[in-house]
Design a binder for this molecule. Structure first.
Ligand code: GRF
Length: 194
């Protein structure tokens, strides 16, 4: 008898187009957890996936990252999540989540890591004047935008690109590469289960 497939949870915040690609790829998603009300909630609900909004109480200096992370972990546990895919999640989580889910948190970043880490990766790519951009799927660790790289793909930076046009060209690739990499990761994990 083959072991149960790992239960995938997606963390999102924004427009949810990467989440949508994950769902459209047919990846069984046990829950979508959001840090704010956003379009991703409607997408998940329409797909019949349980949604939980673990809303941030603050965005200012008083934000208690440890307490917030604890609430997210509680939610992940309630949904019996084994593997987390971050899909544009707008909150940096505290170290606790990486010890509860060691080597089990995936992220997609809109740049060719280790270049252009951080929130403004696409803008920084344009400002640097490089001619090649891309995306990176990696295992997330305590240090933002670090961790072992699982997949990467390049796209050209074209004359006249804006942050939006370049980001959209990158996201076209992310919407294919991220679900494919998540699938492979889940299969590998399931295959390695005792
Ligand atoms: C993606 O480019 C992802 O790499 C970054 O956030 C973006 C999310 O896009 N971390 P969307 O909100 O799902 O369209």
């Amino acid at each position: 008898m083959s072991p149960e497939p790992p239960r995938l949870g997606v963390l999102a915040s924004g427009t949810g187009t990467i989440l949508s690609a994950v769902l459209d790829a047919g990846l069984a998603t046990a829950a979508v957890i959001l840090d704010r009300p956003c379009a991703a909630a409607d997408l998940a609900t329409a797909a019949g996936v349980p949604v939980e909004i673990v809303e941030r109480e603050s965005y200012g200096p008083g934000f208690d990252r440890d307490a917030y992370t604890h609430r997210v972990i509680d939610s992940l546990k309630r949904h019996q999540i084994d593997v987390i895919a971050m899909a544009g999640f707008g909150t940096i989580l505290a170290p606790e989540v990486f010890s509860v889910y060691p080597g089990r948190i995936l992220n997609t970043h809109p740049a060719l890591l280790p270049a252009f880490k951080g929130w403004h990766a696409v803008r920084d790519t344009l400002v640097a004047g490089v001619k090649v951009a891309g995306c990176t799927v990696h295992l997330a660790t305590e240090v933002v935008d670090e961790g072992p790289i699982l997949a990467q793909e390049a796209v050209p930076v074209l004359p006249g690109d804006t942050e939006d046009s370049l980001h959209e060209r990158i996201k076209v690739v992310e919407r294919r590469l991220y679900p494919a990499t998540i699938r492979l990761f889940l299969q590998t994990l399931q295959g390695a289960a005792p």
